[in-house]
Design a protein around this ligand. Sequence first.
Ligand code: GDP
Ligand code: IMO
Ligand code: MG
Length: 458
Amino acid sequence: MRATCFGYGALRYNSGFGHNSMSNLIVLGSQWGDEGKGKIVDLFSEKFDVVARYQGGHNAGHTVIVKDQRFVLKLIPSGVLHPGVKVVIGNGVVVDPLALLEEIAMLEKAGVDVRGQIAISNRCHVIFPFHRMVEKVSEAREDRQAIGTTSRGIGPCYEDKIGRRGIRMGDLLNTPIFDALYDMLAEDKATTAKAFGIANDLHLEEIRALYKQMAERIRPLVCDTAKLLNDAIGRGQRVMFEGAQGTMLDIDHGTYPFVTSSSAAAGGACTGTGVAPTKIDGILGVSKAYITRVGAGPFPSEDFTEAGERIRQAGREFGSVTGRPRRCGWFDVPLLRYTAMVNGFDSLIITKLDVLDGLEEIKVCTGYRVHGEVTDEMPAENALMEKVEAVYEMVPGWPDSPTAGVTSYEALPRQAQDYIAYLEAKTGVEVGCVSTGPERNQTIVRAGSKMEKLLDLA
Ligand code: GDP
Ligand code: IMO
Ligand code: MG
């Protein structure tokens, strides 16, 4: 395959007459998060009119590097760094107004016209300080296995949403309705806080007043984003849906209970925005050339040796939100095959290939041994998943010729190309794009790939 390299402003539409039919794509993580979604969404945004987040909250940390500036986006879609691209926070996202205003201020300071670009769904659920408090207490309980959450109140806010007592952005903007709903929610939280013995820390009336103030600053940004998105699509505009977290952290399809509380998998893009599945033209999975995980939970290909530490240092695998060291391990084929199945990936983006530079050999987990039997299927039960032993194959590395910063597929060392071909054969999914560094131009889209067509680069 030939390859297309692109960098600053280098993406162009193939057709001179607006957009073709391959318009709306979902880009999401295929592992346990931190796959490099931020870099990829930022880069691809140039080809889209709108970028929409569909789940999660400020538990996400998407790092985007633009020339000498480094941004960590938590809540706001990574498309915001392209002037003129509309960014949408869909109904499936949970919004902490304080975190939102802080992120807006950070971007405005960097010269980004966030307020001109952003729209927030009036159906988003609102995170309150007591969500964080409840989470901290619950995580610390001795009789409960800690998930190792980001402590942002994400889970408790989704609990209130599913429990049908949550407060939505539209409610927050309507004072009498907000007051009535807040009274009910506050009573509920006061009971919980009393049971946990933290009732004195719950400053319910201060929170009410603060949220009313913040509501006024957010008001101009809030609208019915399902309508906004469907109208944009109706006009022939292109929408990219940006997943936060990763498929293995999805509430249904991930390693439950060690998951986040939302639908990170591709299906969440529709429920989390109000755009129908019939409007989606392609689904792209982002995966590292190895794998990491933050927080607790099973991780079959985790490497506790020096090799794992080497990946952590070379890949700078420390949480972008919490700073926690990420657990590191080897590419997991059964896991990727599983996430390809539940998401229906059309093509994969393999990031951080350069982190494997210098290795003589690369380990790849090709199967799971469970109760003495080798399988390539993902167990549903945590009890089984925790017993899984990884079965490995060794693949030659490229110790003498680095891939870091390489911008054409042909210029990658032969063994690196072979590694990519090996991953394609094992996972059954095309690798349409390879990332060789954190910067925009350190990216290769393979010519002739389905990805190239979906991005309208062919
Ligand atoms: P996300 O949550 O999926 O957006 O990923 P994070 O931003 O949390 O973590 C990915 C990290 O890897 C960030 O620091 C990126 O700047 C960096 N990164 C992304 N792609 C590459 C790559 O191809 N090579 C290297 N060395 N770093 C990369
Ligand atoms: P991005 O979007 C990696 C993990 C937490 C914890 C679990 C539940 O940057 O890939 P939560 O606070 O969501 O209730 O925590 O999910 N987690 C992430 N891990 N990257 C993320 O986001 C994550 N967001 C949540 O570490 O194990
Ligand atoms: Mg991240």
